[in-house]
Design a binder for this molecule. Structure first.
Ligand code: LMR
Length: 334
């Protein structure tokens, strides 16, 4: 029985290599941020290690900065196989029908990276990635970016400062509720359009980790940046499942190894990159950087707390509880 399945496995393996015509396999990896960001650098790292580990049998072509596809199109392109790999922000999986990923958008749900990694690198994270299978998508890893800060042309220090302002958000219902809870108006917009929208005043402000703000020059068109670290932005690296399953087993194994190394690299550099970007924003003198005090941050946390109850059903109460358990979430502690 075992011999038969081994023979069958070998046969299927060589058939799949035949399906790829023995030629170098090309993986198109499309993403929306600059090459010089945590995601951009990790993508390039993966491409390099994939080529090395497969001895040139796999070529990963990285397309940064929405060169190939914008947010919404890239998900569709992956599903039809026009690209093989993406690393969308966790806030962009709702339109795919995987609403659970929006749990990462809950304000103040993670105190720090250690909290976050207990989720992304543990059983909760693995089960979340597994939910993608049904969509023809395979989740390979979580990559960090970092904690988001708010920016606008007016200072944002407490909840009242958000009233009546329009904020660009990613396509997440939780983020929509977050802005509404603060009395602002949320506007979903592709990442590639944010700079222009801020410049022309189509929206008043936005939220992002500093590496995204800086690499898109958003700080040049936002007079105020409040270091609030009120929520998390990170990525799930995903592939077209059919493509992945059809890869010869040895190649898939080598790519898994390259992804493992790229993940370690991504999560190591993310904080560093955001710190460097903050320093560069400060040096540019184009925007006033304000670090919220402990009390101001706590007041913002309290103001945003209703989002947790309101959106619990959207992501599932059990999932939310499982994350609270991992992180020891406390709505009343700073
Ligand atoms: C955004 O749209 O603000 C982010 O998801 C961009 C990114 O991929 O980091």
């Amino acid at each position: 029985m075992r011999i038969r399945s081994v023979v069958l496995g070998l046969l299927l393996g060589s058939l799949s290599m035949l399906a790829f015509g023995q030629k170098a396999i090309t993986i198109k990896l499309s993403h929306v941020v600059a090459a010089d960001t945590p995601k951009g650098k990790a993508s390039d790292f993966f491409a390099k290690r994939a080529a090395e580990l497969t001895k040139g049998q796999v070529k990963v072509d990285v397309y940064p900065n929405s060169q190939l596809y914008k947010d919404k199109e890239e998900m569709e392109a992956l599903q039809i196989g026009a690209v093989q790999m993406l690393a969308p922000s966790l806030a962009k999986f709702g339109p795919l029908g995987v609403r659970e990923f929006e749990v990462f958008d809950f304000p103040f749900i993670f105190d720090d990276t250690a909290d976050l990694h207990r989720v992304t690198q543990g059983p909760v994270g693995a089960s979340l990635l597994g939910k993608l299978d049904a969509k023809g998508v395979k989740g390979l890893a979580f990559w960090d970016n970092g904690f988001k800060s708010f920016s606008a042309n007016t200072p944002l220090r407490s909840a009242v400062d958000f009233k009546g302002k329009k904020f660009r958000i990613q396509s997440s219902k939780v983020l929509e509720e977050q802005i509404r809870t603060l009395g602002g108006t949320p506007q979903v917009m592709a990442f590639s359009e944010v700079y222009q929208a801020l410049r022309t005043g189509v929206v008043d402000g936005t939220e992002n980790p500093i590496s995204n703000l800086y690499s898109q020059q958003m700080h040049e068109v936002q007079k105020h940046l409040s270091i609030s670290n009120h929520g998390y932005l990170g990525y799930a690296v995903i592939v077209n499942k059919k493509f992945w399953d059809r890869l010869p087993g040895d190649i898939r194994g080598q790519l898994e190894q390259a992804m493992k190394e790229a993940t370690t690299y991504a999560n190591k550099i993310a904080q560093e990159e955001n710190d460097l970007s903050l320093e560069a924003v400060r040096k540019s003198g184009k925007t006033t950087v304000y670090v919220l005090s402990k009390e101001e941050r706590m007041a913002l946390k309290k103001a945003m707390a209703p989002v947790h109850n309101k959106m619990a059903d959207r992501v599932g109460k059990d999932l939310l509880e499982a994350i609270y358990k991992e992180t020891g979430f406390n709505a009343n502690a700073p």
